[in-house]
Design a protein around this ligand. Sequence first.
Ligand code: CA
Length: 230
Amino acid sequence: MSAVEQPHVLVVEDEPAQREVLAYNLEAEGFAVSRAGNGEEALLQIRENPPDIIVLDWMLPNVSGIEVCRQIKTRAETRDLPVIMLSARSEEVDRVRGLETGADDYVVKPYSVAELMARIRAQLRRTRPAAIGGQLTFEDIVLDGETHRVTRDGKPLKLGPTEFRLLSTFMEKPGRVWNREQLLDRVWGRDIYVDTRTVDVHIGRLRKALRQHGGADPLRTVRGAGYALG
Ligand code: CA
């Protein structure tokens, strides 16, 4: 299975040893990990290669974790990106809460890896359910992220791996219009060169697969913009 289905975590931590331990643990749990050693680097990476979730240390040199979080949560493009703040002492957690940075969760250092993983999964269950083995439903279509099975009106559908990834992307955000570049990034990954017309080919296959037992075409072509589910 391609790596693009793995949830992508950005670890922002200035202490190299802590950063590496955390990245190592996340990779061992099946996450794709990018690393940033300071706030500026984190903001740059978020723009250039948006992660699915950020684990953000509170104490960073120059641009603090709080400022990074504030910037993420005030920009429309990144507002929905889950942020888990790490802080060294519980007093800091109180301060973080008081400052209302908009962080989605807080974990106090020293934290247990199991606890952090559980919190990361809890956030992703909301934003990327298919990627962590959850179940997605749209009208009569049910997609199981764990077994990779898709049914429509209770009948199993045969889908290729690319069509499965396309469908899970659409089902995570019904109604959202995805342009071809966004679908390429999400389904094929940024490092692979694929012509945007390839997207249209696989959309055609997905449409056909979704109607293999009949039913209406749930995918909408939005002229000049891209595709949407529903
Ligand atoms: Ca730090």
